[in-house]
Design a protein around this ligand. Structure first.
Ligand code: NAP
Length: 237
């Protein structure tokens, strides 16, 4: 005889281990604005970890030069071709060029997993401060402009200096990963976890991306006071 407890047992799927993440080693990662400090740093670390990486640029020639300098099998293409050829596309352009870049690539980015790492910041005599994008955050602006893409946000708190330093083997930091679909944030967490020392931690939906982007202004203050390249760790997980 089936009791109501048995039915409950059948219905209740076992809780998924948050560290049980997919194998992303076969996915191609593109980096829009990959000729810049952050894009180069991420491209270098991901390629070093064995990921196939394509650097994107507004000018294919600049991307090719950056890719040749980095080696590790990295390719350089214009942003549109980079988006077309990649499974995961990291957006690493300055906030000023964010909307225009994404609007122009809507078709190429359709169906792709987009990872936005853009921090909308202003700078004045008092230092860095968070801007307030109309959509709420850079990530929400990306989601609004790319209705056919799977938009996530991550990699905001990394130091491009540390990422690019070949003397540094491990990047001692957590990466907050935000997005609407668990399957997508799991992939981004797994991607972050490919880099030695780094961990991707799920940190909520895109409506909470503003705080994560803004926190970089605080990290810049820490860095200025300590002449450091501060990162973040989430404890007790
Ligand atoms: N630097 C860091 O430590 C760091 C850390 C975390 C997150 N981020 C975020 O990552 C993004 C890139 O930072 P970054 O320091 O690498 O910036 P960057 O060097 O100033 O720019 C990155 C690349 O974007 C392209 N670009 C420049 N202006 C553009 C525009 N108006 N429209 C489209 N593309 C443009 C350029 O490539 P081409 O000329 O070759 O197209 C440039 O090499 C920023 O949004 C930043 O908030 C940076």
């Amino acid at each position: 005889m089936t009791t109501s407890d048995d039915v409950k047992d059948v219905k209740k799927a076992p809780a998924k281990d948050p560290w049980d993440l997919p194998d992303v080693s076969g996915l191609v990662v593109g980096v829009l604005g990959g000729t810049g400090d952050q894009g180069r740093g991420l491209a270098y670390r991901l390629a070093k970890a064995g990921q196939k990486v394509i650097i994107g640029s507004r000018a294919a020639e600049r991307a090719r030069t950056a890719a040749e300098e980095l080696g590790l099998g990295i390719e350089g293409l214009d942003n549109a071709e980079c988006a077309r050829r990649s499974d995961i596309v990291i957006v690493a352009v300055p906030w000023d060029g964010h909307a225009k870049t994404l609007e122009a690539l809507r078709e190429e980015l359709a169906g792709k997993l987009v990872v936005d790492c853009v921090n909308p910041l202003g700078f004045d005599k008092q230092g860095a401060y968070a801007l307030k994008p109309e959509e709420g955050s850079a990530a929400q602006q990306a989601a609004a402009l790319l209705p056919d893409s799977r938009v996530t946000a991550a990699f905001h708190h990394l130091s491009a200096v540390l990422l690019s330093d070949p003397e540094i083997e491990e990047i001692d930091t957590d990466v907050m990963v935000l997005g609407e679909k668990r399957a997508d944030t799991d992939i981004v967490q797994a991607l972050a976890g490919r880099i030695p020392g780094m961990r991707g931690v799920f940190a909520g939906r895109l409506r909470n991306a503003h705080q994560v982007e803004s926190l970089v202004a605080n990290l810049i203050s820490v860095n200025r006071r300590h002449k450091a390249h501060a990162g973040l760790r989430v404890t007790d997980v």
